[in-house]
Design a protein around this ligand. Structure first.
Ligand code: GLA
Length: 434
């Protein structure tokens, strides 16, 4: 049987900023029988050219760990070494996690006499090259952070001294990173000045400086930080400028942002914001819904954490753990290292899924040439029996179809033209269809 995944019908198009409209467009595209709906606004004109921003890496979404959610500005070289060790001993490296990324606040507040960035002399006393060597010796890759203008975000907010952003220093900083053995650069806007042209120029300058070093460095940008009334990472398709582009404000370890958390978003808000632009993702160019909050804080249930992993996998998103890997529970490790879920995220076809039904909330994603995976998410307050009809998935209603849940291993059989599953509060069933 050849499966015809519903989400192929909308590949490559930005359909809308709301999931509801997205769903309507999927159905419309399906009705019209078109293979790909045409891009409908400027947001999908790909900036930076058709090729990958940085050639020869990140054919599938990068997997790793980032210091920000656990350590913020208190990050130290000892802490980063311990995380690298834990990535190995916990089995996350063997599960595919690779990048160990030091976020903001690693730097001394001033450059050296030659104009080069330098590490904070106390918290990173051995220097960044030694830390990168340590990480590399464990079969991992090393990442670092800087701001695209005069300040990092912590400097911009007044939480950290100095003004060491790379704006105007792109060439020397890219070369310094390459000399240190950096494999991943997180590059943050951190300014209220949000002129589109200025952003394009600044982010492209660093892309070109990274290219010029000849070292393959994943280039991860965040055009949104500091920008008040828009989300430039979602408003434009940065696929030719950066390997990964943040499409939301900061994700906090909550189910929804609730009220009063200015600028930050919860898991469900992030899914809704990123869903409509998933078609931009492909090898070497990923829409980035921000880091994982699995095992971070105490507000998320394991079900909600499974939903984050499931939906990030459905979106073919980068997975950057943000929890303390040295103290994580067996349950947290199990969620981060689930091989079936990681296999979906890392599918070599790199095609993000899309919502095919809003109520109940169902997404489908094409895997490889013939595979199909379907997610059913319960955002309600009670466990629910949820059903997906085969016709919604573009399948013949009479077909003999079975499914297996990536989380439970439970098998299901289609009956009466639909597959029914019971989904707990905040949870997601992630079904591979056969
Ligand atoms: C911004 C980014 C975060 C983090 C901080 C560091 O807020 O969105 O992910 O990098 O800056 O200051």
């Amino acid at each position: 049987m050849t499966l015809v995944p519903a989400d192929r019908r909308i590949g490559g198009s930005r359909v809308s900023r709301t999931a509801v409209v997205s769903t309507a467009l999927v159905l419309l595209c399906a009705l019209l029988g078109v293979v790909a709906c045409a891009p409908d606004d400027v947001g999908d004109a790909r900036i930076g050219g058709d090729g990958p921003a940085i050639a020869g890496l990140a054919d599938t979404p990068p997997l790793g760990w980032n210091s920000w959610n656990t350590f913020g500005c208190d990050v130290t070289e000892q802490a980063v070494r311990a995380q690298a060790d834990a990535m190995v001993s916990s089995g996350l490296r063997d599960a595919g996690y690779r990048y160990v990324v030091v976020d903001d606040c690693w730097m001394a507040p001033t450059r050296d006499a030659a104009g080069r960035l330098q590490a904070d002399p106390t918290r990173f006393a051995s220097g960044i090259k030694a830390l990168a060597d340590y990480v590399h010796a464990r079969g991992l890759k090393f990442g670092i952070y800087n701001g695209a203008q005069d300040k990092t975000c912590a400097q911009y907010l007044g939480d950290y001294p100095g003004a060491t952003g790379s704006g105007g220093h792109e060439d020397i900083d890219a070369q310094t990173f390459a000399d240190w053995g950096v494999d991943f650069l997180k590059y943050d806007w951190c300014s209220s000045e949000s002129s589109h042209q200025r952003q394009v120029t600044a982010f492209t300058k660093m892309r070109d400086a990274l290219r010029a070093t000849g070292r393959p460095i994943v280039y991860s940008i965040n055009p949104n930080s500091g920008v008040a009334n828009s989300v430039p990472g979602a408003d434009y398709n940065w696929g030719g400028v950066a390997t990964m582009t943040r499409a939301t404000n900061d994700l906090i370890a909550q189910w929804t942002s609730g009220t009063g958390s200015s600028g930050s978003q919860g898991i469900t808000d992030t899914i809704d914001a990123v869903a409509p632009i998933g078609g931009r993702t492909g090898a070497g160019a990923f829409v980035d819904p921000d880091m994982l909050v699995v095992g971070v804080g105490n507000q998320l249930t394991p079900s909600m954490e499974r939903t984050q992993m499931s939906m990030w996998a459905m979106m073919a998103a980068p997975l950057m753990a943000g929890n303390d890997l040295t103290t994580m529970s067996t349950q947290t490790r199990g969620i981060l290292a689930n091989t079936a879920v990681l296999g979906i995220d890392q599918d070599p076809a790199v095609r993000a899924g899309a919502m095919v039904d809003g109520n109940p909330e169902i997404w489908s994603r094409a895997l490889g040439e013939k595979g199909l995976v379907v997610s059913l998410t319960n955002r309600g307050n009670h466990p629910k029996s949820m059903a997906v009809s085969l016709s919604t998935l573009g399948l013949n209603g009479d077909a003999t179809v079975s499914a297996v849940d990536a989380w439970t291993g439970k098998r299901y059989q289609a009956s009466g033209g639909e597959i029914s599953v019971s989904v707990g509060v905040g949870d997601t069933a992630l079904l591979s269809i056969h």
